[in-house]
Design a protein around this ligand. Structure first.
Ligand code: GMT
Length: 368
């Protein structure tokens, strides 16, 4: 099949997932055309099976806001026509599903049928999508997509509830390449004897970074641990200055990385106190790296992090709950090891080789 993938190019979960999906689809024999405003950070295009098409938005001073959706729809039409594309898979509804619908209509006038599959990832529904300024357009583009998937049951329920729609939604979870993480675990040489607690995110307010730093501050007063923070985003500088003010010892801000597995393999516990989190790809990557997970119970996180099995879950604002969950693990090697092994085993259910065929099945449905 010839497939267009539209995604965000940044270090966010939806872009990373879309990119890894495209790589695997190409490995399975499809041609994949990525359309984005920049080259996606993990993309390995090769001009044979994986192509990258940049959306250019010319600057015109009359516009306060440059019309990205128009440029995106036009690019989809061009790429679809030039490459006889079979279908379009958009990741993150806003504004991709909307732009894809316009492209579909334009192509129809040229007797080209381009079915749309939209994957809902999270804040496209739970934060931005349901905002009254966007809601009707998001509902419209979800309902007009030929197939809609969501990354968790929780996100599917939220979509039905927030948009008051009966649209059929297929749940297809996030995935990891278990082989890649296994290879890294085998190569991972011990760093030091300190217990390591890691957080990975794009440091947006929804990730609850200030609470995270307060949790680290309490733990740092009681235990000689190492705290790793991976990623960059709007609350990074606040996190840095809070950690200095609170004099947290052994805290390392490691920035963005394309090889998160190289850091996670040295880590014991992964913490994710998000206010909302539709799936939690970063937590899944940590599980595949044999970390016990301490997360909030928001959104789809309890579907992934099984409370008392792969880690602990608690309310996102319950600082004491996070601290005592981590304390339990730091004080009990047997429990920590049990959760680490459980988390690792659970992550195998989300292997790329099992999940990507679920998308291919949807593609076949679209074309039948
Ligand atoms: O919805 C977002 O915040 C954006 C998106 C991203 O690009 O980072 O993240 C979402 O998609 C990921 C991949 O499906 C999920 O693993 C994340 O849980 C989800 N983030 C949130 O729901 C906050």
């Amino acid at each position: 099949m010839k497939i267009i993938i539209v995604c965000y190019p940044t270090f966010g979960g939806s872009g990373v997932l879309a990119t890894e999906l495209g790589h695997q689809l190409a490995a399975n024999g499809h041609s994949v055309h990525f359309i984005a405003y920049e080259k996606p950070v993990r993309l390995k295009d090769n001009d044979e099976t994986i192509f990258y098409h940049k959306v250019n938005v010319p600057f015109y001073p009359l516009f306060n806001f440059q019309p990205y959706e128009l440029a995106l729809s036009t690019k989809i039409v061009d790429v679809a026509k030039k490459n006889s594309v079979d279908l379009i898979h958009v990741h993150y509804a806003i504004p991709h599903a909307y732009a894809a619908y316009m492209a579909q209509k334009m192509l129809k006038m040229n007797s080209i049928n381009l079915p749309i599959i939209t994957t809902l990832h999270g804040t496209d529904i739970t934060l931005v999508g349901k905002h009254p300024f966007y809601k009707s357009a998001v509902k419209f583009s979800i309902e007009k997509s030929n197939i809609v998937t969501s990354v968790s049951q929780s996100l599917k329920n939220d979509t039905h509830e927030f948009f008051d729609t009966q649209k059929e939604i297929e749940v297809i979870p996030n995935f990891v390449d278990i082989k890649k993480f296994d290879n890294q675990l085998q190569k991972c040489s011990s760093q030091d004897s300190k217990m390591t607690i890691t957080h990975v995110s794009n440091f947006r307010p929804v990730k609850n970074i200030r609470t995270l730093i307060k949790i680290f501050s309490i733990l740092s007063g009681k235990f000689d641990c190492r705290f790793n923070l991976i990623g960059e985003g709007p609350e990074l500088e606040i996190a840095r200055s809070m950690s200095e003010d609170l004099q947290i010892k052994n805290i390392y801000f490691l920035g963005n990385t394309n090889e998160v597995e190289k850091v996670l393999c040295h880590s014991d516990i992964f913490i994710l106190p998000s206010k909302t989190e539709s799936f939690g790809l970063a937590a899944l990557e940590a599980m595949a790296s044999k970390n016990a997970i301490v997360s909030s119970n928001s959104g789809g996180l309890p579907e992934l992090n099984l409370d008392n099995i792969t880690g602990f879950t608690c309310d996102y604002n319950n600082i004491q709950g996070f601290v005592s969950s981590i304390e339990k693990l730091l004080k009990d090697d047997t429990l920590l090891e049990k959760f680490k092994v459980n988390a690792y085993n659970e992550s195998k259910k989300y292997d790329i080789n099992d999940v990507v065929p679920l998308y291919e099945e949807q593609y076949r449905k679209l074309l039948s």
